[in-house]
Design a protein around this ligand. Structure first.
Ligand code: 5GP
Ligand code: ZN
Length: 114
């Protein structure tokens, strides 16, 4: 999708600091980090959110979760811990409508989230 910011990161039209990629996913640093490590993991194919996913997306969703864990290991997060978050819809504050999982770590994270 030409008008989707993250699709344009997938094609390379918009630059990003890529930290991991495979056939199905790309992971890159968030432009406005909320923690010392804040990486976004996205599918290469456009889907708006988990709400827009169906059974056909099961394998992709599994691959993304594994990619999140790989990113966490690459960033040295497992020893202290980390959080994986996907915001869905207005109450959650979703601002980019291409599915993405935030991988956050490197500081004590508050709970419950704001
Ligand atoms: P959401 O609010 O939808 O859960 O998360 C969207 C995330 O995308 C935000 O954390 C925001 O900082 C990040 N973001 C927005 N525009 C860009 C961009 O152009 N490049 C990168 N790397 N991250 C972006
Ligand atoms: Zn997209």
């Amino acid at each position: 999708m030409n008008d989707c910011l993250f699709c344009r990161i997938v094609t390379g039209d918009i630059p990003a600091k890529v930290v991991y990629q495979d056939d199905e996913t790309i992971a890159f640093d968030d432009i406005n980090p909320q923690a010392p490590t804040h990486v976004l993991v996205i599918p290469r194919g456009h889907v708006a959110s988990v709400e827009a996913c169906g059974e056909d997306h099961g394998q992709m969703l599994g691959s993304i979760l594994f990619a999140c864990a790989k990113v966490a290991r690459l960033k040295g997060l497992p020893e202290r811990g980390y959080r994986i978050v996907t915001n869905t819809g207005p109450d959650a504050g979703q601002s980019v409508f291409h599915l993405h999982f935030h991988v956050l770590g490197g500081r004590q994270l508050g709970w419950p989230p704001g």
